[in-house]
Design a protein around this ligand. Structure first.
Ligand code: AMP
Ligand code: MG
Length: 401
């Protein structure tokens, strides 16, 4: 048996970041991972400009009751004239600051009549001027390699005038479901059969991490069928996930099929519940991770053990999203010889603080617990956990992203 933390670290380091790189336009950038450190090349803002609709003037020209002639109306995008002494230039948010001006007075503090403006409140030196480079300076680090790009990063890149960025190739994940009892959703089902939920679930999980479920296959419980399916997936994908058939049943033939492909097998039993049987095989330089067949176990193992490996292969810097500690509500003390990951909902208690409420039925086949849960609470092995004890909370919005 392997400890959960050991297994997580082993798996996270099982493969290197993808060697494939490409350039994508900003439209394609969300979810992609930056493949190079980028420095700013322009100052943002590129020139001093106005933070307000108002008037530019020299502070020295202001005195109570003074009326300044309006020299020019300068809209955002216009180039202002140098400010003449004793004058004001009408400005709008984003208008460039005229040479010679040192303050902007917002229009709410003015009174304009007959092409003259009266300033009704004493200006503070430098007020309402956005300084060149106050946001970003040319030459300063902009974004680091390994950053997964989201809308905020796209804004920053666009502000620098970049239309495309270097990113890691999109991770191609192959998915293999196994089992003679399974039929695809939409097909006819006999009493002894169940619908294949793991296949669509894993494809959706892979997509939610901005990777590509490049090929999804189903194999019957024979070594030949499994081997052929693994070969087909390995030919096209960077990483292969199989699900089911990895336990100790007579028809659990994933291990021999991987061994027949020359796979170096490791990591057979992880001391975690749900999800004990988990296997990693390296075939050439490609990892194959075999997940337990129970849908809840497959989901939890994907989140806790596979997602860091996916992030690593995607080139991402952050492999392990943050874990918080929150009080667990439990009617009876809980204790198990394996670490247990409870499906929980994070809720606001009466006092407004967050607490974790476990789903009532924690069986590893209970799929209805998955959409209900916001995360997983981690209970230590061999320790009694009482009501309101603080336990690590893995927020699935982060762990499945
Ligand atoms: P196994 O590890 O193959 O013995 O599977 C464990 C349990 O998970 C069995 O009850 C299987 O029927 C179920 N199972 C395996 N694969 C899937 C799947 N793709 N969709 C839904 N249930 C599955
Ligand atoms: Mg099976």
């Amino acid at each position: 048996m392997l400890d959960f933390d050991q297994a997580q670290t082993l798996l996270a380091n099982a493969a290197a970041p993808l060697a494939r790189r490409e350039h994508v336009g900003l439209d394609e950038a969300p979810g992609r991972v930056l493949a190079a450190d980028l420095d700013a090349t322009v100052d943002i803002p590129p020139a001093d400009n106005s933070a307000m609709d108002g008037y530019a003037l020299r502070l020295a020209d202001w005195q109570p009751g003074a009326r300044l002639p309006i020299q020019q109306r300068c809209y955002a995008g216009d180039t202002p004239e140098p400010l003449k002494p004793g004058h004001a230039i009408r400005l709008f948010t984003g208008s460039l600051i005229p040479a010679g001006a040192d303050v902007v007075v917002m229009q709410e503090d003015t009174h304009e009549a007959d092409d003259q403006v009266e300033i009704t409140r004493e200006p503070r030196p430098g007020q309402h001027i956005r300084q060149r480079g106050e946001d970003t300076l040319a030459g300063a680090p902009l974004l680091a390699a390994g950053t997964q790009l989201q809308a905020a990063h796209v804004a920053l890149l666009a502000s620098q005038g970049l239309a495309s960025v270097p990113v890691y190739g999109r991770l191609r994940v192959g998915i293999l479901t196994t089992g003679d009892e399974l039929v695809p959703p939409g097909g006819a089902r006999e009493t002894a059969q169940i619908y294949n939920s793991n296949g669509p679930m894993l494809a959706a999980l892979v997509r939610s991490m901005a990777a590509e479920p490049a090929k999804v296959l189903h194999a019957r419980d024979t070594e030949d069928d499994l081997r052929a399916a693994f070969q087909a997936l390995l030919a096209e994908c960077d990483l292969v996930l199989s699900v089911g058939g990895v336990s100790v049943g007579e028809r659990d033939l994933v291990k021999p099929a991987l061994a027949a492909l020359g796979g170096e097998l490791s990591l057979w039993k992880v001391r975690m519940k749900p999800g004990k049987p988990v296997a990693l095989a390296m075939i050439g330089d490609k990892p194959v991770v075999s997940l337990p067949g129970n849908p809840v176990s497959a989901y939890a193992v994907f989140a806790m053990l596979v997602s860091p490996l996916v992030r690593r292969m995607q080139g991402r810097e952050e492999l392990f999203p943050p874990v918080s500690r929150l009080p667990l509500r439990t009617e009876h003390p809980r204790q198990d010889s394996r670490e247990e990951f409870l499906r929980v909902q994070r809720r606001a208690a009466d006092d407004g603080n967050a607490e974790l409420v476990p789903y009532g039925h924690q069986g590893s086949g209970v799929i209805s617990s998955l959409p209900w849960s916001t995360g997983l609470a981690r209970l230590p092995a061999d320790v009694q956990v009482q009501d309101r004890d603080r336990v690590p909370y893995y927020d699935l919005r982060h762990w499945l992203a």
